[in-house]
Design a protein around this ligand. Structure first.
Ligand code: AMP
Ligand code: GLY
Length: 425
């Protein structure tokens, strides 16, 4: 099998790594890839949204299967383009990607299908949003409320405001294009603030059947103790105990099944990956967000647990036979700690030389996935993005996997490197 992976972060390194372990895979390309990915795949300089160029490349190179990492590629219609040319691709269609690319679309979809989620309102101007907040619909002046940009914003378009004043300020900043692009903020979504523990439930889906992956927990804030601004994710743990059997059944019955059936009935079956960001509230699980792709760093933490062959799973997704496919996972837990550059998430400094990676990579049961790395002038490894490395470990239980991951982290350094010491705590 000749495989193309689209994307260039830690998630895509983990996807490439999984394919590299398959007996059926002979050659892997990655567009665009990064320094770490280049050890396992041939990197191709085509951007994720250039879907026509990617399809031409796949035709020229006789690619058997393409696996899409990032949401912008899916929202740009890569799956529709590939399928129209008879190319096999794992990823949501443009129509299904709206579950992620428009929060108001997702909210309306959930309300049509009675899928539990936070109460919400959409507004098309800062005046309208402010008027809704001031009406008290989401609580009094001292109550928290969540303000979101409608469109794709790489995890940065959500502000959990502590009170109405903060919420009104968030509306102003979003509408002024200060936090995300003006396009992403053309509609503002206001939401009731939910309380509970968050858990990410990700599944493979072939439009009809699905297979759950081990549940994961992200750590979105930059600072320890969940402080500071949201990031793309600073660390993830997977552990079977994040949800119990009863909760799992409830999530399937009230959220997974209605989502897949609802999408199919509306003419956009979800194929590829479906990611449910859930809040486990006193009133049961509620959807915070849908993504139609692997999370990053959820992919890193989850894929190290996969025993089955990702090429076989991919073929089952494309062929609609996921229901007949048995997928096996390792039994323990995993931990992934993100090492980020100075000033991430606002304006990360890049170009710093990374030390200690070679010895850190030799630790047993540790995989280090590259997110933002490249080669410097002398061929040395340097930082090239906000999130730089995803240090991932597996063990029979969570505390051992955390211990292993942090032991490897301790060997790595560059000027200004930052990470959270409280992942999994
Ligand atoms: P989202 O991108 O919509 O998942 O939001 C990013 C993060 O903001 C989530 O992981 C939550 O931590 C938080 N968040 C989003 N919506 C809500 C909500 N309605 N109530 C409480 N927290 C929320
Ligand atoms: N880590 C969260 C995300 O990828 O959306």
């Amino acid at each position: 099998m000749r495989v193309l992976v689209v994307g260039s972060g830690g998630r895509e390194h983990a996807i490439v790594w999984s394919f590299s372990r398959s007996r059926d895979v002979e050659k892997i390309y990655c567009a665009k890839g990064n320094a770490g990915i280049s050890e396992l795949a041939e990197c191709v300089n085509i951007g994720p949204e250039d879907v026509a160029a990617l399809a031409e490349f796949a035709e020229e190179q006789a690619i058997d299967l393409t696996f899409v990492g990032p949401e912008n590629s899916l929202a740009a219609g890569i799956t529709d383009e590939f399928e129209s040319r008879g190319l096999k691709v794992v990823g949501a269609s443009k129509a299904a990607a709206r579950l992620e690319s428009s929060k108001s679309f997702a909210k309306d979809f959930m309300s049509r299908h009675d899928i539990p989620t936070a109460d919400y309102a959409a507004a098309s101007s800062s005046e309208e949003a402010s008027a809704i907040l001031n009406s008290g619909r989401f609580g009094g002046e001292t109550d928290p409320v969540v303000v979101k940009a409608d469109g794709l914003a790489a995890g940065k378009g959500v502000i959990v405001a502590r009170d109405r004043k903060e919420a009104l300020e968030a509306v102003e900043s979003l509408c002024a294009g200060k936090i995300v692009s003006a396009e992403a903020a053309d509609t503002i979504v206001l939401e009731e603030c939910l309380l509970g523990k968050e858990v990410s439930v990700i599944l493979f889906a072939d439009g009809e059947s699905f297979a759950l992956m081990p549940p994961a927990r992200d750590h979105k804030r930059i600072g320890e103790g969940d402080t500071g601004p949201n990031t793309g994710g600073m660390g993830v743990v997977t552990d079977p105990q994040l949800i119990n059997e009863a909760q799992k059944r409830e999530i399937i019955a009230k959220i997974v099944r209605p989502t897949l059936d609802g999408a199919r009935s509306e003419g956009f079956p979800v194929k590829g990956i479906l990611f449910l960001g859930l809040m486990m509230t006193d009133a049961g699980p509620k959807v915070l967000e849908y993504n139609v792709r692997f999370g990053d760093p959820e992919a890193e933490a989850i894929l190290v647990n996969l025993e089955s062959d990702i090429a076989e799973i991919s073929s089952a997704i494309v062929g609609g036979t996921l229901g007949d496919t048995i997928i096996q996972w390792k039994e323990g837990s995993s931990a992934c700690v993100i090492l980020a550059s100075e000033n991430y998430p606002s304006s990360p400094r890049t170009g710093d030389r990374i030390e200690g990676l070679e010895s850190a990579s030799k630790h047993e049961n540790v995989e280090i996935f590259h997110a933002g790395t490249s080669f410097g002038d002398d061929g040395e490894l340097v930082t090239s993005g906000g999130r730089v490395l995803a240090v991932t470990a597996i063990a029979s239980n969570l505390s051992n996997s955390l211990h292993r991951a942090y032991k490897a982290v301790n060997e790595i350094s560059w000027p200004g490197m930052q990470y959270r010491r409280d992942i999994g705590k």
